[in-house]
Design a protein around this ligand. Structure first.
Ligand SMILES: [Zn+2]
Length: 288
């Protein structure tokens, strides 16, 4: 028994040393809880827009320094359509659903924008299953990145609009993807995702998305960052048109499961540094 415990401890420690080599910003692992806390603070209007902006820049500077982008904004790269067995014909209004008046990620009171595309499934009875396929529809990562934050606990009484969501920092393009309204989420913050890895399933969670007048869809926003890490939504419709459709999703690596007797401890895998082509990253050091 004692030997078993010693062995278990040894395996855990050896796992830890294994991963430290791959994890390039181990001191900054709190970027994941910090990003989630920031989103909640913005939503609950607990911080000023300036404070939110500074915290965002601080988090993104850590990510950008560890993962300089490998594509420039004119390159599409390997881009997978975010729903399996679907393509750009499922995008709302043939791409005209994207509009910005005065978008500000840091100010929850700003409205009247739709800086995103809605991608629909065929679900007239609104049970979140695609009626032609009689199945739930997989949401997959469009590119390579790290899961920054997830919300899994949305309930009917929650007032926030995104419902259950996933944020991914895109290693190649250097921006952020926001996937919203999931019925189910299968990834954790810190997990590395590749194009086509399953993030979750299309659902109707969210203050507006749950209503009858809303057809079942994925809401997908992409935020580019300028040289000062300020986020600006990009109309990425051209990427959706050029995207590769996949039939079946792949599964993201991890999370790691440590076994202690009957108890499983589940941890996300620490991010691995990707091989990057150096694009002469023009980002300035953060000013905050
Ligand atoms: Zn939307």
């Amino acid at each position: 028994m004692l030997l078993n415990i010693l062995f278990a401890m040894f395996s855990v420690f050896s796992l830890k040393t294994d991963t430290s080599a791959a994890f390039s910003f181990s001191d900054d692992i709190d970027v994941f809880p910090r990003y989630k806390q920031l989103l909640v603070n913005i939503r609950e209007q607990r911080i000023s827009t300036l404070e939110a902006e500074n915290e965002f820049r601080s988090i993104l500077s850590i990510l950008k320094e560890n993962y300089p982008n490998t594509l420039d904004s004119s390159q599409i790269g390997n881009f997978v359509f975010p729903l399996t067995q679907s393509n750009y014909s499922a995008v709302g209004g043939n791409g005209s659903g994207f509009f910005i008046k005065n978008f500000n990620l840091f100010d929850h009171s700003v409205s009247g924008n739709h800086p995103a595309h809605d991608i629909f499934i065929y679900d007239p009875d609104q049970d979140s299953m695609d009626n032609r396929k009689q199945a739930f529809v997989d949401i997959v990562s469009v590119g390579n990145g790290v899961v920054l934050a997830v919300e899994k606990d949305w309930t009917d009484s929650s007032e926030y609009r995104g419902g259950n969501y996933v944020w991914v920092f895109d290693f190649e393009r250097g921006g952020l993807w926001y996937y919203a309204h999931h019925r189910k989420i299968v990834v954790e913050p810190g997990q590395i995702v590749k194009p086509g890895d399953k993030l979750g399933e299309v659902g109707r969670t969210g203050f507006n998305a749950k209503n009858k007048r809303s057809d079942t869809h994925l809401h997908l926003m992409y935020l580019e960052l300028d040289q000062d890490y300020y986020p600006k939504p990009k109309n990425y419709y051209e990427w959706l048109k050029a995207a590769v459709t996949i039939r079946k999703p792949t599964q993201a690596e991890g999370p790691v499961r440590h076994f202690f007797g009957k108890l499983f401890l589940i941890e996300p895998l620490p991010p691995k540094k990707m091989d990057v082509r150096n694009f002469d990253c023009k980002v300035k050091k953060r000013r905050v």
